[in-house]
Design a protein around this ligand. Sequence first.
Ligand SMILES: C[S@@+](CC[C@H](N)C(=O)[O-])C[C@H]1O[C@@H](n2cnc3c(N)ncnc32)[C@H](O)[C@@H]1O
Length: 287
Amino acid sequence: MPAGRDAAQLREYDFSDEDFQRVRRLVQARIGIALADSKRELVYGRLSRRLRALGLHGFDAYLQLVESGDPHELQQFCNAITTNLTAFFREQHHFRFLAEQLFPALERNNADSRRIRIWSAGCSSGEEPYSIAMVVLETLGHLRGWDIRILATDIDTSMLRQARRGLYGGDRLEKLDSARLLRWFEPTQAAQQYRVREEVRSLIVFKPLNLVGLWPMRGPFDVILCRNVVIYFDRETQRQIFSRMARLQNPGDHLILGHSESLLDVSTQYRLAGQTIYRRRPDGSGR
Ligand SMILES: C[S@@+](CC[C@H](N)C(=O)[O-])C[C@H]1O[C@@H](n2cnc3c(N)ncnc32)[C@H](O)[C@@H]1O
């Protein structure tokens, strides 16, 4: 018997092709993600938890609620659909680039304004912006009177809550080297749980932001990290997002993507400058 039928027989709720198509349309329109067929069981599992929590008996009633634009349920829907895998210092080479090249260059180039702006777009539970903040302090901590800020945004409000708390348990910290753990975290009452120190936290502002919605900020950002976020977005959505990011950056500013992402056929406003590291071209410079 095919695995799909096995799964369908074990389901608590009916989940028809039409239900899955409705979910797909909602996800595409509200989040930007183009859900593959292979995600059907995953989606069923995540959304059936919402049906249970709401005491609903079927997907039709649930999808009507989300389609009606009910703000609370729409947010829960987005939280349930997104995948939030992240880690401290994930893709180490990007943090080496920040420490060894970009931040020293910004110290020289921004000496007049003494201002640095960084955006972590799709920050999940906070490990990415906290890693950036640690590197800022390690590299630029000697600077006095500079205005350095990291904006960290995500569509998923439950992840942002975790991120703001700044509390991480043993396994989340496994790959962090012990010198950084000692320097930038403090133990809490709970065994194996550490809190990011205030000095690190104070560099970051966490805000909800949907990359396919309105962006209230004006920039410019010296560097944007948008890593492992647009990977499931269709090309057109990616084009729009990177064109909007380009408007928030000056020529020469940096954009950093995740390991399996690329701007090939997506944007000509950036040129490749390293391993998934891009630089904003001057306007009208073409390829
Ligand atoms: C796999 S995590 C990547 C986290 C981090 N950037 C990293 O590389 O470790 C992707 C994040 O993008 C967020 N995301 C997905 N779609 C989004 C959207 N339309 N707007 C804002 N954030 C979104 C998800 O909620 C999730 O937290």
